[in-house]
Design a protein around this ligand. Structure first.
Ligand SMILES: [Zn+2]
Length: 468
């Protein structure tokens, strides 16, 4: 492993820089330099990067060319200029994605097709180029560097298998993972108690510096360990959770099982790495790379720090296919606080979760899916559950009963809690099932709303139940 690390750091990366002009390490340095600037200087650099992107977008991107005549105003206040653009929903982008491709790509630009996993709907197809991808990679290494993790450090990735690849491509992918990234793959949706010995053997022989994976998969692995009373027995620099909302109880259990700090990475395939948790616990926004806004889910008006809102992302380093104010599908809270770690990058106060996980009560209030998770937390009766809101008044509840600990009183408590939040008159179809299968991407979803939120038609002033 040490040899692979050496090879990656001293041969592979420098070679990629020489032959392919890869600039990832340069971008990591740029991000590091910017973190020690003052809050005002960071905002200034971010605004100047935004201005460059906006000038490029109105000049060369068909969807944004109607704003070309006003481009003089970009320099005065790029953020105000940005805010006059309509919010770009995934549905709009999916329908017109060719119109977001810049017409001024240099012949040397190689477009890299990509797509989202489609766990919450149809996949989004889009293009990236190397410049953008290298910024994403730099952002991840930069965030990891806060936890003493360097490129080439061995890791185990608890992840979905690349199902879109054929056998030969898969072998090549795994080879690259192993020898060019020093990374082993543990399939996220095949985790099972019977294989715990294998997982422990893998940990002991490979000695990863860190684990990296879906929050739910890391949590499941942690539960398997804790329930067996076994310890991983190797020191980990961190367990890095990504791709899903990391819930407080998951974080606790993962930290307990692996006896290591749990680090939250926040990003998306179609948005890049947007924020990273620092050792002091702050979720720092990577203002070097992106501009984040929050708006009310129904009125679409900006909401202030501390208020939950739909997240809009403008990726400052995507010049091939710029997307301005792209609605990623998450509900987050921005923050005014300053982190105790000394880095001046702004903070996210909370990542509430997917907009799709938000339920709507019969009186039009928003109730986040976490609420149901919270209700379930102290009940031993069930191994897992899933709520599906088909329409504001109609709900399906699937429950996996615990074979020994099931109690009817607890079930009633859970159903009462649902009614209290969503309305006493909601119709609930209860079903006992043997398991809740993960979605196609391997992610476990416990709360699914099946109608568009706009139909709820309420700009609710208190969109969330009190903090819990
Ligand atoms: Zn911090």
């Amino acid at each position: 492993m040490a040899l692979t690390r050496y090879f990656i750091q001293h041969l592979h990366w420098p070679l990629m820089e020489k032959i392919k002009q890869n600039k990832t390490r340069w971008y990591i340095r740029d991000m590091k330099e910017m973190e020690s600037l003052s809050t005002a200087q960071i905002a200034e650099t971010q605004a100047s990067r935004l201005a460059d992107l906006l000038r490029h977008a109105v000049a060369t991107v068909p969807a944004y060319q109607p704003w070309l005549a006003q481009q003089e105003a970009i320099g005065q206040d790029p953020i105000a200029f940005l805010q006059q653009f309509p919010i770009l929903s995934k549905a709009d982008f999916r329908q017109h994605h060719q119109r977001y491709l810049s017409t001024a790509l240099s012949p040397a630009t190689k477009l890299i097709p990509n797509r989202t996993g489609g766990s919450t709907g149809e996949p989004i197809r889009f293009y990236l180029d190397r410049y953008t991808v290298e910024h994403y990679e730099a952002a991840r290494w930069y965030g990891l560097s806060w936890h003493e993790i360097e490129p080439g450090d061995p890791s185990i990735m608890v992840w979905g298998s690349p199902i879109e690849l054929n056998q030969r491509q898969k072998r090549r992918y795994l080879w690259k993972e192993r020898f060019l990234k020093n990374r082993l793959l543990l399939p996220a949706y095949e985790l099972q108690r019977a294989k715990l010995d294998d997982y422990l053997r893998l940990l002991h022989s490979f000695k990863p510096a860190y684990l990296y994976g879906y929050a739910s998969a890391l949590h499941l692995l942690a539960e398997l360990l804790l329930q067996s009373g076994r310890k991983p027995g190797i020191p980990l620099k961190a367990v890095v959770s990504t791709a899903e909302t990391l819930l407080p109880h998951q974080r606790e259990r993962i930290a307990e099982a692996f006896q290591a700090p749990v680090v939250n990475e926040y990003g998306a395939r179609d948005g890049g790495i947007l924020a990273y948790q620092c050792p002091a616990g702050g979720m720092h926004i990577f203002s070097q790379n992106c501009l984040l806004e929050t708006v009310d889910p129904v009125s679409k008006q900006p909401v202030g720090p501390g208020q939950p809102g739909l997240l809009l992302v403008t990726d400052l380093h995507n010049y091939s296919m710029p997307r301005l104010r792209y609605q990623l599908g998450d509900i987050v809270k921005l923050s005014r606080d300053v982190c105790s770690c000394g880095r001046n990058l702004p903070l996210l106060e909370a990542i509430e979760g997917r907009e799709d996980d938000m339920f709507v009560s019969t009186s039009g209030q928003f109730v986040h899916g976490h609420y149901f998770n919270h209700l379930m937390r102290n009940l031993d009766s069930f191994l897992s559950f899933q709520l599906i809101q088909h329409e504001p008044r109609r709900l399906s509840v699937k429950l996996v009963k615990h074979p020994e600990k099931y109690k009817q009183t607890e079930e009633r408590q859970f159903i009462d809690g649902i009614r209290q939040s969503l309305g006493n008159d909601v119709e609930i179809a209860l079903e006992y099932v043997a398991e809740i299968p993960p979605s196609a991407s391997g992610k476990q979803r416990y709360a699914i709303r099946q109608f568009p939120i706009e139909l709820s038609g309420n700009g609710a002033s208190t969109p969330f139940p009190p903090a819990h």
